[in-house]
Design a protein around this ligand. Sequence first.
Ligand code: 5CA
Length: 155
Amino acid sequence: MHPSARRVQAALEAGGVGARVIETGETARTAADAAATLGTTVGCIVKSLVFMAGDEPVLVLTSGTNRVDVGKVASVLGVDGVRRATAAEVREATGHPVGGVAPLGHPRPLRVLCDADLLRHDEVWAAAGTPDTVFPVPPDELVRITGATVADVAE
Ligand code: 5CA
């Protein structure tokens, strides 16, 4: 398995989550791809998106069917504004490429916000550090292991 996916698996185990990282064997670069590959709905795919609050990268976990409202993110963080990270900033902050960003297993801890809509599902699927790896997790466990703040961040 790719070293990034192994680090995600190790972080899950360290957090006491029994989830196993799965190699899909085909690309799951977007939430729609991932849902099709897994035979699940787009709403229970976790998008792990990086935003910049000044120089600080912030990870926002949102449902595959939602779009993030940057104004709401800024207001939860108590800053004037945030912008989407560039692909290079995503790689720098997470160690993962766009399309494979995992919610955990990063080189440095990131501030994490979690879209409240994800908590409507019994189980959600997130990327594990590469575009062809994923893992299933109950959303409350995802919140716990990422130290996320649950907030209304969707448009
Ligand atoms: N593996 C899937 C599902 S788990 C996945 O990672 N989906 S995702 O939504 O979290 O990642 C794809 C997202 O990356 C897109 O929704 C888009 O918001 C973002 N993205 C695409 N291109 C770029 C880019 N050039 N720079 C920064 N972000 C980008």
